[in-house]
Design a protein around this ligand. Structure first.
Ligand code: GLP
Length: 265
C-alpha cells in the first residue's frame, strides 16, 4: 500500500503514514526498511547502528526480517550480518539474559540466535547492574560513541509511551532509570504470568532526547486497541502526557500502522 501524508493542520508538517491491511503485511513492510538500513551499513552509506524495540508489535517484524535474510544469497546475508550493530530501547531492572522474561533474552531468541549475531552486535542496557543510573549513563555514552542511533524502530505503549518513557515526559529526557507506570505493568503482564505485580517496577530506557537525535524514526502500531492512543499521539498537541507525541518534532518520522490501528486517523 502506498505511503500517504497525514495533514495535521496549517502550521504542522505532514507526517509520512503507511497503512497495511494487517500485522503480517505490516511486519513485512517494516522488515524491508530494516533490510535497507542493513544494506546501507554494509555499503558504508550509514555508520550509525539500528535502534530496536521489543513488544508484541515487533514479533511479526522480526519474523519477516529473518525470512527476508534467509531468502538472500548466502554471501550477501553474511555480509549484512557481519555489519550488524543494534541498540535496544530498554530493559527491565533486575532481569538478565538468563531470564526468559528479559528483553535481552527476547532479542536473543528473536534475532541473536537465529541470525548468529555475537552478543556485542546486539546491545541492550544491563538489567542486572547494581547501579541502574550509572548503567543508563554508560549506555547513552555507548550510543554516542557508535555515532548516535540510525533507523530507530519504535512501538507504542497503550499510555502513549515510547521505549519506557512514561508520561509525564518531556522531549529533553535522556537515557535513564524510570519507574514503570501502572498501565505499563498491566500491558506487559502477559509476559509475567498475567500478574502486573510480577512485572519489574523499574527499567532503563533510552530517552526522548536520544530518540529525537536518531537519523530517522519508524513508529510501528498494530491492532484496534492502539487506535485511540495513536490518534491522540498524532492529532493532539504534543505534550508530556503523551510522550510519543514529541516524536512529531523529528523531521524524518515515519508511521506504519495496520488498518485497525489507523482506523481513527
Ligand atoms: C513496551 C516496551 C516498548 C514497546 C511497547 C509496545 O512496554 N517498552 O518498547 O514498544 O511497550 O508493546 P507492544 O508491542 O507489546 O504493544
Amino acid at each position: 500500500m502506498p505511503s500517504t501524508s497525514l495533514e495535521l493542520g496549517p502550521s504542522a508538517a505532514p507526517i509520512r503514514l503507511a497503512v497495511e491491511p494487517g500485522p503480517e503485511a505490516l511486519g513485512r513492510r517494516v522488515a524491508g526498511l530494516l533490510l535497507a538500513a542493513l544494506r546501507d551499513r554494509a555499503l558504508g552509506l550509514s555508520q550509525r547502528p539500528l535502534g530496536l524495540a521489543t513488544g508484541r508489535t515487533m514479533e511479526p517484524v522480526y519474523a519477516a526480517l529473518r525470512q527476508a535474510l534467509a531468502a538472500l544469497p548466502a554471501g550477501e546475508r553474511t555480509e549484512l550480518l557481519a555489519h550488524w550493530r543494534s541498540f535496544n530501547l530498554d530493559e527491565y531492572v533486575g532481569l538478565g539474559p538468563a531470564d526468559p522474561r528479559s528483553f535481552a533474552a527476547t532479542m536473543a531468541a528473536a534475532l541473536g540466535e537465529p541470525l548468529g549475531l555475537a552478543p556485542a552486535q546486539l546491545c541492550l542496557p544491563d538489567g542486572l547492574t547494581a547501579d541502574p543510573e550509572a548503567e543508563a549513563h554508560r549506555y547513552a555514552a555507548a550510543i554516542t560513541d557508535a555515532g548516535g542511533l540510525g533507523l530507530q524502530l519504535l512501538g507504542l505503549g497503550s499510555n502513549g509511551h515510547v521505549g519506557f518513557n512514561e508520561p509525564p515526559c518531556g522531549p529533553q529526557a535522556a537515557c535513564r532509570c524510570v519507574l514503570l507506570a501502572a498501565a505499563t505493568r498491566q500491558q506487559n503482564a502477559p509476559g509475567f504470568g498475567d500478574d502486573p505485580a510480577a512485572v519489574p517496577e523499574r527499567a532503563i530506557t533510552v530517552g526522548l532526547k536520544e530518540l529525537l537525535e536518531a537519523e530517522r524514526l519508524v513508529l510501528v502500531v498494530s491492532g484496534g486497541a492502539k487506535a485511540e492512543i495513536l490518534r491522540r499521539v498524532l492529532r493532539e498537541p504534543p505534550s508530556p502526557e503523551l510522550p510519543a507525541s514529541w516524536l512529531r518534532r523529528h523531521p524524518r518520522l515515519q508511521v506504519l500502522a495496520d488498518a485497525e490501528a489507523a482506523a481513527l486517523l
